[in-house]
Write a protein that binds this ligand. Structure first.
Ligand code: GRF
Length: 193
């Protein structure tokens, strides 16, 4: 069974979707570790509630503010847990180059836009709305060295922006797509597709 490590910073709805997909057999794998850059966040509670064996947090202040040291410790924790695939699901930091190099072709990220549009931002849904685009969506892609939101694309799906959409209604539609295509893309990786 493929061992998954998930990096989180926020609500953990994507983590919840991954855990559900594992439980339902739609992902032939198990989440063995959830790691966060936050001291505490809702996603860590989602992990505990979901029975993830290792839930760890790596706030940078515990590493004297040194991002490289923090990421090295996080990479070591994932390696110690025997992680095959890392998934960044609502993780709000850019991984250090050393971190990315430690998991070549083995880090998937979910981004709430049709990349390359609205890349490099944590506010992609808001930006799409403000730009007046009629279609936005979701991208699952690899995190690759020296790229930000521009590694090879694994899956993409469109979401229509209706004239009366608000940030809330559009976010809801985007998240619903994320929760479906991220687990699917993880299973494709497991199947080496
Ligand atoms: C998602 O929209 C994800 O694409 C973005 O941050 C959000 C995280 O949501 N990177 P959650 O923490 O998985 O609920």
């Amino acid at each position: 069974m493929t061992r998954l490590g998930v990096l989180v910073s926020g609500r953990g709805s994507n983590l919840g979707a991954i855990l559900e997909a594992c439980a339902a057999g739609r992902i032939d794998g198990e989440v063995v570790v959830v790691a966060s850059n936050k001291a505490a966040c809702r996603a860590m509670q989602v992990a505990r509630d979901g029975g993830v064996p290792t839930v760890v947090s790596f706030p940078v202040r515990e590493f004297g503010g040194n991002l490289a040291d923090r990421d090295a410790a996080m990479a070591a924790a994932l390696r110690d847990a025997g992680v095959d695939l890392v998934v960044t699901a609502g993780y709000d930091r850019i991984n250090s180059e050393e971190f990315v190099a430690a998991f070549p072709g083995r880090i998937l990220n979910v981004h709430p836009s049709l990349l390359p549009a609205f890349g490099g931002s944590m506010g992609a849904i808001q930006e799409a709305l403000a730009a007046g685009v009629k279609v936005t969506g979701v991208t699952v892609h690899f995190i690759e060295p020296e790229t930000i939101d521009s590694g090879a694309i694994v899956a993409q799906e469109c979401v229509r922006v209706e004239p009366d959409d608000t940030l809330e209604s559009l976010s809801e539609k985007v998240h619903a797509v994320e929760h479906r295509i991220l687990p699917e893309a993880i299973q494709w990786w497991i199947d080496r597709r």
